[in-house]
Ligand binder design. Structure first.
Ligand code: NDP
Length: 503
């Protein structure tokens, strides 16, 4: 038994009456002067902070990243500086569309957000368990997310909204097929891969830059629920993934992922048949093979969920020297929007919350604001330049110029193959990656999900989406049409796509 402690108010005043409010006589009424009642109630009333608008339900753990292979020819980032180097990290998994109390086994992508506490600042790699995403322009993001949330009238999830949006945005097809495969319902968080998803860049000590994709391969292997199991688990244990992660770490069964990268040179990017910065597409691993980098192990459960997991804040903008952005429009859109969300949810000083705080030196002139609790840099000058302190911007961190080659810069207007080809990669995925078993489940999951489409636009939405599946693969389109009981001959001619579809 630990040493006995006195009960106190938040201001440290010891008190006795914890369960009985001061009252005028034994039966009341209550006295206004019992401020402890008000303190308890008022604090309780303020316990909830704004829920993340996406990725609200999450689980996280601390761990260690260890370099196993030398990639210094690509990057000078300190965390990769030598084989054997260890860096503390924090990884938060999540579902995307559901609220904070929603079930862990919902069909949904999974967030895979990592904070590496490097000596040159915190590097946040904020990705998913898929290498791609539903859209490639951030202006569509809020519209897309609305379709994954609740219908404004019924306040229920709406397959009609989801498929309406997807069918009107064919670039979503690739990710829709990942989502509808059994990888859309992973068996907890330990048995799935993670991806940085966006294209980033690496810069070495000669200032040479390459484009890069980050892959985290689960050492536990892939394991998924089939649809019926996932649905059943929603009722049996809506916190399945949270419990699975905490228990595994608690029992010393530390989950691990192998970090691998794909590298593309600037020249290769100019000539690649797809836009290498398009988040709805992958880089073929046959042409850009995975390169081993290191191993990440989760080995410590957070002690307090709210303090460490709910208040964790990741921002793709937070890259460290040796790692940089790419023109990926979705990445560019996220650079400003993530810190904006954190300032709204946690306040301007969110980076001082211990889980978010860089454990190394922070020297700047940002001051004040709500909940500034770290001493606010004391009596040090709060402006730059000044004649008093010794804080200097180091030229070694000077940014590199970005080449605005037309092949990179004109993607906005490009309508040719590679940019608006939304079907080649989903077709390859279906034909060459999925096993017969995976294909069968994919079709049955899609048929199940599309069967929820309802209302006066039902046929229009179903036919439009079917058209996309046909364009990816005729066999896939036929199987889904059959499952839905759609007469293909009648349904096909009136599509919104300009190109006619022959079946
Ligand atoms: P490869 O055959 O070299 O790679 C196929 C990739 O698919 C591997 O990363 C494999 O890794 C992954 N995979 C296998 N089964 C599934 C599944 N059921 N769901 C999702 N991913 C799976 O081919 P390419 O690189 O040329 O890519 C072909 C297609 O594979 C792409 O069009 C894309 O649809 C898909 N894919 C590509 C990835 C990439 O980064 N290139 C990554 C993931 C998928 P593993 O079995 O370890 O998951």
């Amino acid at each position: 038994m630990s040493e006995e402690k006195k009960l106190t108010t938040a201001s440290g005043i010891p008190y006795y009456h914890h369960e009985d409010t001061m009252s005028a006589g034994a039966r009341g009424p209550l006295l206004l002067q019992d401020f402890i009642l008000h303190e308890k109630m008022a604090h309780f009333n303020r316990e909830r902070i704004p829920e993340r608008v996406v990725h609200a339900k999450g689980s996280a753990a601390y761990g260690t990243f260890i370099v196993t292979h030398d990639i210094t020819k690509y990057t000078r980032a300190k965390l990769f500086s030598q084989v054997g180097k260890k860096t503390k990290m924090f990884l938060r998994f999540s579902t995307v569309g559901g609220e904070k109390g929603s079930a862990d086994t919902e069909r949904d992508p999974r967030g895979f957000a990592i904070k590496f506490y490097t000596e040159e600042g915190n590097w946040d790699l904020v990705g998913n368990n898929t290498p791609i995403f539903f859209i490639k322009d951030p202006k569509k993001f809020s519209d897309f997310i609305h379709t994954q949330k609740r219908d404004p009238y019924t306040n229920c999830k709406s397959p009609t909204m989801m498929w309406d949006f997807w069918s009107l945005n064919p670039e979503s097809l690739h990710q829709v097929m990942f989502l509808m495969s059994d990888r859309g319902t992973p068996y907890g968080y330990r048995h799935m891969h993670g991806f940085g998803s966006h294209t980033f860049s690496l810069i070495n000590d000669k200032n040479e830059q390459v484009w890069v994709k980050f892959h985290f391969k689960s050492a536990q292997g892939i394991k998924n629920f089939v649809n019926d199991e996932a649905v059943k688990m929603k009722g049996e244990d809506p916190d399945f993934a949270q419990r699975d992660l905490v228990n595994a770490i608690e029992s010393g069964d530390f989950p691990k992922w192998y970090l691998k990268i794909q590298v593309m040179t600037m020249e290769q990017a100019k000539n690649y048949r797809f836009n290498p910065f398009d988040l709805t597409k992958t880089w073929s691993q046959k042409e850009f093979p995975l390169i081993d980098v290191g191993i990440m192990e989760l080995n410590e459960n957070p002690r307090n969920y709210f303090a460490e997991v709910e208040q964790a804040a990741f921002a793709p903008a937070h890259v460290v020297d040796g790692i940089s952005y790419s023109p990926d429009k979705m990445l560019q859109g996220r650079l400003l929007s993530y810190p904006d969300a954190h300032r709204y949810r946690l306040g301007a000083n969110y980076e001082q919350i211990p889980v978010n705080k860089c454990p190394y030196a922070i020297n700047n002139y940002e001051r004040d604001g709500f909940m500034r609790v770290d001493g606010n840099a004391g009596a040090n000058p709060n402006y730059y330049p000044n004649s008093f302190d010794n804080i200097k911007p180091d030229e070694k961190y000077k940014g590199l110029p970005i080449e605005l080659d037309t092949n990179i810069a004109d993607w906005y207007d490009r309508n040719g193959q590679g940019e608006n080809d939304h079907y080649t990669q989903p077709g390859i995925f279906y034909r060459e990656v999925l096993s017969d078993y995976d294909k069968k489940n994919l079709v049955s999951n899609i048929v199940g999900a599309m069967s929820g489409i309802a209302g006066p636009k039902k046929n229009e939405i179903v036919n439009r989406q079917l058209c996309h599946f046909f364009r990816a693969d005729i066999g896939l389109g036929m199987a889904i049409a059959q499952g839905l009981g759609v007469n293909v001959e009648q349904a096909m001619p009136k599509q919104h796509d300009k190109q006619p579809v022959t079946v």
